[in-house]
Design a binder for this molecule. Sequence first.
Ligand code: SAM
Length: 397
Amino acid sequence: MRAAEPGFEGGSAPRQTSALSSVAHPFRPPHAEECFCPEPARIPQTFAYDGDIRGKAMDGIQCAAQVAPQRSTQYSSLTRDLAPLELQAFSPGLTPLEWLHLGGIDYLGFAAAADEPFLQDAELLATFATVSGFFQRREEPGAHETWLRPLPRAYPYFVSSDMAYTRRYKGKTNEVFTQFLLNVAKFASDFRTVPWRQLRVFDPLCGGGTTLFLALALGADVAGVERDIKDAETTAAFVEQYATENKIPLKAHAERLRNAGKGRRWLFQLGKSETRKLILATGDTRESPHLAAALGRPHLVVADFPYGVQHLGPIEELATEALPVWASMLKPGGALAFSWDATRFGREKMAPLVKAAGLKVVERPPYDRMVHRVDRVIKRRDVMVALPPALPPEPVP
Ligand SMILES: C[S@@+](CC[C@H](N)C(=O)[O-])C[C@H]1O[C@@H](n2cnc3c(N)ncnc32)[C@H](O)[C@@H]1O
């Protein structure tokens, strides 16, 4: 990571690798047997209707999605920008969406069809990045009141997503945005209904590991490649420290990489009865197939390109050379999602590089309109989701 570059998320907060400082966030996991996480579930702060409306006509029911509250103004506008996109990426049927402002909190109102099973899916409802709670909503005629009934949400996290939230360092990709990237990649892939616990996620520009830790929390096996040796080393040290402090069983194997200078690779196995892989390697992302081979073919490749590059050269060069490598690793049916500073290198320039890598850019709304402002420096960050070519149909015997 280029620590001094402007425009990185994470601002000027000092780098620290301690798991001790906890930061409030919307993914407090509930207690669950498989979960090594100590925090209780968070109850959405809202005026809840507790009358029994279960089983009542679901036809065109009115719902509200609470936009995940953020501490900083910068990130509250980020979640506001991304929430409608995430909901529509999940289900194009969730339009039209309308903004509601209830009790000082932003909600997205929508009507769900009777056959919208996701409203019953507590695990799915718990994993939206930009939404901290879903509600069935009822307007009290004449009283100008809105009643909200929380829809159950709970997720059997493998580790607490605090693992991603506790570290603060320059260059960190915002956690909500990273979860958004993970989700839109999954929603666009053939694995949209497959549990995270059965997926492999690869971040070929993994920095301090935000993608790896969030995907691990959801239950995926994960791997990352980072060329900055110091970043990879502090990330590996953090994994060991976090596991010790949170009493997560950990097997760690560190190895020197041949033919790669001072290259190193860490193979972590977390858990006991149920285990997950976390692989971290130092090196150039163009070497990813070799560096991350122990993961197996990833279902999802998720990355946030480096920022602060003054000239177009590096981002164009990196995309031109790395995209075909990442494409070659993807499991058929999988998806690649990445973000980049599109201020001077827009979507119209990035899309041909993705196509040249043999991938198909997902162009349908809302995937074609995920460009958003991050801060005063990065005024246009864009997101591109791309798919490998479909496999030819099986020959009929
Ligand atoms: C925006 S940062 C990713 C931050 C990460 N998502 C996090 O939250 O910690 C991009 C990362 O890509 C790394 N990088 C840039 N070029 C690379 C290359 N050719 N090979 C491997 N990593 C590279 C940078 O060192 C930087 O850490």
